[in-house]
Design a protein around this ligand. Sequence first.
Ligand code: SF4
Length: 323
Amino acid sequence: MSEIILEGRGLTRRYKTDTGQTLTACRGVDLTLHKGKTLGIVGESGCGKSTLLRMVTQLEQPDEGRLFYFGKDITSLKGEELRKNRRHIQMVFQDSSAAFFPRMKVSEAVSEPLRNFKRLSQREVDRQVSKLLELVELPESFSERYPHSMSGGQRQRLGIARALALNPDVLVCDEATSALDVSVQQRIIQLLAEIQRERKLSMIFVCHDLALVQSMSHQIMVMYLGGVVESLPGNQMWERACHPYSKALLGSIFAVDMDFDKPLSRLEGDVPSPLDLPKGCPFHTRCAQCMDRCQQERPALRTIGPDHQVACHLYSNEVKECI
Ligand code: SF4
């Protein structure tokens, strides 16, 4: 496996609510991102994906746990050191229409990070902007346009160009293609894959669409109620995912080659409130395989195969590989 670029250990984030309660949005999450690879993160709304991304991109500090970049502890960086480090981990946001200041032209939006971090002549800035627009397949003539006059797909390319302006090691895509039409989404995904190959870029790809995440991730983490319930290689998702929640997510995917005699599975019940987490396994209120033990004891994340961990009592007595 290639070099580790980013590593999180026990990342935990809590928030105080107006009523004085504590909401644990992310609980003891470990993650490992290798050079040139993609880590996919899936889970329903409220599972902690966005909070985890805010810690990884250093927009927020964890209450517990450590974050390492090339082995260096960057958890508590502050001031100028923090600002400088942020250039290595850049983000593409879901809402491309809100990501740009409406009165900034495309050239200004793309060059803003360059002007903030590098002392470049105007000529060099213009040259870099042209290169970035070419990279994301936008015509150079767009540099004089305003983002609001562009389509959603074009704006998302612009978001990618801006995120790549500082040549980061890690690109974090937070539901970056969710708001796009399927055909546009497909081209953006291809573009990201091409850029990743060319630049040996590491990516964290967050999406609620498991089929899409699976198609481009080397490793997938499935999150539920702030914690990781399963982590496994992306190409083994269909055959080897074994946590009941992962299986439910897989069973709810619609595909053209699916068996139409088989109904799509649907998860019954709502996700419990993170303010009032159930005792034991967080998934037990919705799990068809729930046992007595599940209501009392939270299962730990255990290794059950190469690069495969699962947090479920069905796999905790003896270390067994899922079938
Ligand atoms: S620990 Fe129990 S409730 Fe939780 S997923 Fe496994 S079987 Fe279901």
